[in-house]
Design a protein around this ligand. Structure first.
Ligand code: ADP
Ligand code: GLC
Length: 458
């Protein structure tokens, strides 16, 4: 089985959010099970490949000058990098002010055209596209290739002006969207299978509330829409071997975890005290509900807990977090930025990990938290619903605390319940161990992907 796998992000080459990690984790698991995967990424610049060769592709003239190079990347292995005009930028999607690059449509339409051309020239068994950045390839294919489209989020669809329909061949009408062009909408209709990144997200997105305007198209897919939960890359996320944390530990022996907890308290500049630490590691965007959390923390005086936040993204949310931390330095600590080491330290050193998402296609952070013995406090949406079991509702299988409502009141209640649980050593240990014992690896999800590939490539 060989698969052409196209994505705009891939850990550690380029990473903005979970897409990068999900793509890399899945590809690693597929390759180790014998699937031959060609990874195709935009060439944002600065990436060296060894044994590099140039690949010739035939693309329409509007794409402009294209350079495709294939070689070996020290962490990824075989990799194909695609340069089209304007692709090399310091950030894949946004400028220094957080605004999308004005030519994102041209950059990613060009990338999609090259993906289509590569599929035509190499003839894979399956073409696997991810999110809107790659979606338009389905309107540019020269010969039909069985195709899977994974939706990591419906929040971004790549909607642009109508003129692009002229470049989308005889299926252009599928991409027509009001008075514009919607790459994701077209690909949803044309793909042989659409994978949502968790079963619950697959059932949510066919409803008007979560479908972001695409619910009718998604509902029309019937069995062509499949939900497969993401995994986490257990080579990178393992408290027994993690080089970033103060001391390694395992679910059998959690002693090192106390060292990690003290280390986090020290990083935050707090006085040592027997108060639970609540961690957050998140992109700062509306989806993640950080504003709800700030609201909930106004009730902090009714609850013994301290909040350590690592986040990057919206300047408004970062400002609100910085203000809250300045006003209550003993209770809230905020680090503005993207920091891999600190992320690991927060998972290892927090008692509870909160993820108050308004929507969450899958979410990786709650699985990382459970792997590290930090008990998740989450909203009951998307993949959070599929991965966290409320420990008050289910005393035998509970792995965290779930608020049924997406609001500050529900969050305050779930946080209270969580804090109560972690102060009771026996209960805390039981909840922790269940989360740490679960299989969050990519092995099972990768097997589901292989089943989907087999179904459509027959
Ligand atoms: P999303 O993809 O919507 O951002 P996920 O939970 O699926 O959410 O994936 C986010 C990934 O990025 C996780 O691996 C998380 O640990 C990591 N992450 C998020 N924010 C930061 C940050 N500020 N610094 C370091 N890692 C982060
Ligand atoms: C998106 C979603 C997140 C998911 C990730 C990887 O960024 O927001 O929930 O885990 O993609 O699929």
């Amino acid at each position: 089985m060989n698969v052409l796998f196209a994505t705009a992000e891939f850990t550690p080459v380029v990473r903005v959010g979970g897409l990068a990690e999900a793509a890399a984790g899945l590809v690693r698991a597929l390759r180790s099970s014998g699937v031959d995967v060609e990874v195709v990424l935009p060439d944002y610049g600065g990436v060296e490949l060894s044994g590099q060769t140039e690949v010739h592709v035939e693309v329409p003239e509007w794409v402009g000058d294209v350079r495709v190079r294939r070689g070996a990347h020290p962490s990824v292995g075989d990799l194909t990098l695609v340069h089209v005009p304007g692709m090399d930028r310091p950030h894949p999607y946004v400028d220094a002010h957080g605004e999308g690059w004005a030519d994102n449509d041209h950059r990613f339409m060009g990338f999609a055209a090259v993906v289509a051309a590569l599929a035509a020239s190499t003839g894979p068994d399956v073409m696997h596209l991810n999110d809107w950045h790659t979606a338009a390839a389905l309107g540019m294919t020269h010969a039909p290739v069985p195709t899977v489209l994974t939706i990591h989020t419906l929040g971004y669809q790549g909607v642009t002006h109508r003129g692009w329909l002229d470049h989308l061949g005889h299926d252009a009408h599928r991409f027509a969207w009001y008075d514009g062009t919607n790459p994701l909408a077209g690909a949803i209709e044309l793909a042989d299978r659409v994978i949502a990144v968790s079963p619950n997200y697959a059932s949510e997105i066919v409803t008007p509330e979560a479908g972001m305007g695409l619910h009718d198209r998604l509902a029309a897919l019937g069995e062509r829409l499949v939900g497969i939960r993401n995994g986490i890359d257990t080579a990178l996320w393992d408290p027994e071997t993690d080089p970033h944390i103060a001391q390694n530990y395992s679910r059998i022996d959690l002693a090192g975890r106390d060292v990690c907890k003290n280390a986090l308290v020290e990083i935050a500049g707090w006085e040592p005290a027997p108060i639970p630490t609540v961690g957050v590691v998140s992109r700062l965007v509306e989806q993640k509900g950080i504003d709800l959390l700030l609201h909930a923390f106004r009730f902090l005086h009714t609850m013994p807990g301290r909040l350590a936040v690592l986040g990057a993204g919206s300047a408004d949310l970062a400002g609100a977090l910085a203000d809250a931390a300045a006003a209550s330095p003993d209770q809230i600590w905020f680090f503005d930025g993207y920091d891999e080491t600190l992320a690991h330290q927060i998972f290892a050193g927090s008692d509870l990990f909160v993820m108050p998402s308004r929507f969450e296609p899958c979410g990786l952070a709650q699985m990382q938290a459970m792997t590290y013995g930090s008990i998740p406090v989450v909203t009951d949406v998307g993949g959070l619903h599929d991965t966290v079991v409320d420990a008050d509702t289910d005393r035998s299988y509970g792995t965290g605390f779930v608020t049924p409502t997406v609001d500050a009141v529900g969050l305050v209640d779930a946080l209270h319940r969580g804090v109560r649980a972690v102060r009771h050593a026996g209960r805390r240990g039981a909840i922790q161990k269940r989360g740490m014992s679960a299989d969050w690896s990519w092995e099972i999800p990768a097997a589901h992907h292989r089943d989907v590939y087999a179904e459509i490539s027959r």
